[in-house]
Design a protein around this ligand. Sequence first.
Ligand code: GAR
Length: 192
Amino acid sequence: MKKRIAIFASGSGSNAQKLMEHFKRSTDIEIALVLTNNAEAYVLQRADNFEIPSHIFDKHEFYKTDDVIDLLRNLDIDFIVLAGFLWLIPKNLIAAYPGRIVNIHPAILPKFGGKGMYGDHVHNAVIAAGEPEGGITIHYVDENYDEGEYIYQAKYKIDKNDNLEMVKFKGQQLEHLHYPRVIEGIVKKIKK
Ligand code: GAR
């Protein structure tokens, strides 16, 4: 039986795309579901292209019911990957998947993390601070934004003339390179 991953994403889903590509031919791991809080998210199109089912939920469903957990359990999901998902994960979901939820953040945590620090906000803050390096952090998810145990970090150089697009591009290249293989390493080790 393959181990089954659910991806939570709120936007474009370029990381989700890399994961879908990476595991498409895997014999032991599959992306089985994509979930989003945003009915307009391009990640839904990407899921469709890979014939992966998706589910859209609202705040009430996510924070006031167990419906998302029931869905994950009904679909036999073993592991959760956040890929540009912007809402805080509620306690009941963390309790249902202990040590089985990971996130990627576009900075070297603990710097440039926390509520409101996502996507371009992070890159702009890194540039404004005049940092010589940017990076990514892959970490376990707990009840606070960007605070779970770190799994993997990687860095890139920021040149003086780098603008938002350039910094974002460098960060994305690292994310796309490392997220699928780091997840594969973790999921291989968990019990079905
Ligand atoms: C990624 O850069 C990810 O690190 C970031 O959102 C982007 C999603 O891009 N996540 C956060 O900022 C979480 N705090 P994508 O939709 O193209 O994968």
